[in-house]
Design a binder for this molecule. Structure first.
Ligand code: PRP
Ligand code: MN
Ligand code: MG
Length: 179
């Protein structure tokens, strides 16, 4: 596996410190509010699990799974809900948790869908932001790291469903995804 990976882009300690900082900020911003934290499967699971344990106010959690139509590695912008929320967002403050914002198409759709359901507010928290790849404008409220346009894996992020369990974020060797 190590032979598939280039350099480590974000190390475990750096991630841990950032996740703690985000958790503290979220706890301050939502104090006294009814907060529902929504993790987007599958990529966000690791970040979500660590982030919510750094949140010190009462929250609810839920998960959504979405998939873009088509088999390409890039988002088409047409998103299908594979698993919807188990709870209502009505009058709740919603925080969408993503591992990475790339084209922004998945997020744009999610924000639209959730806003149509009558929440008190909808905000976004992502661990990684790759602004060079943006195809649509999306507002990110909490961001861990801005990263360059490289294929990254680990800490929830996959290539072909692999590498999600790695503790750090790595750049994948080009030969792996170009073969
Ligand atoms: C990845 C990532 C984000 C989305 C970002 O998910 O986890 O959800 O793509 O891309 P975008 O900004 O171009 O829409 P993916 O669809 O690969 O599913 P996964 O989370 O199960 O890996
Ligand atoms: Mn995802
Ligand atoms: Mg993926």
């Amino acid at each position: 596996m190590q032979q598939d990976l280039n350099k480590c882009l974000v190390g475990a300690n750096e991630i841990k410190a950032k996740v703690k900082e985000l958790g503290e900020q979220i706890s301050k911003d939502y104090a006294g509010k009814d907060l529902l934290v929504i993790g987007i499967l599958n990529g966000a699971v690791i970040f979500m699990a660590d982030l919510i344990r750094e949140i010190t106010i009462p929250i609810n959690i839920d998960f959504m799974a979405v998939s873009s139509y088509g088999a390409t590695t890039e988002s088409s912008g047409v998103v299908r809900i594979l698993k919807d929320l188990d709870q209502s967002v009505e009058n709740k403050h919603v925080l969408i948790v993503e591992d990475i914002i790339d084209s922004g198409l998945t997020l744009k759709y999610l924000v639209e869908i959730l806003k149509s359901r009558g929440p008190a507010s909808v905000k976004v928290c992502t661990l990684l932001d790759k602004p060079d790849r943006r195809k649509t404008e999306v507002h990110v409220d909490y961001n861990g790291f801005v990263i360059p346009d490289e294929f990254v894996v680990g800490y929830g992020l996959d290539y072909d469903e692999k590498y999600r369990h790695l503790q750090e974020i790595y750049v994948l060797k080009e030969e792996i995804y170009h073969s």
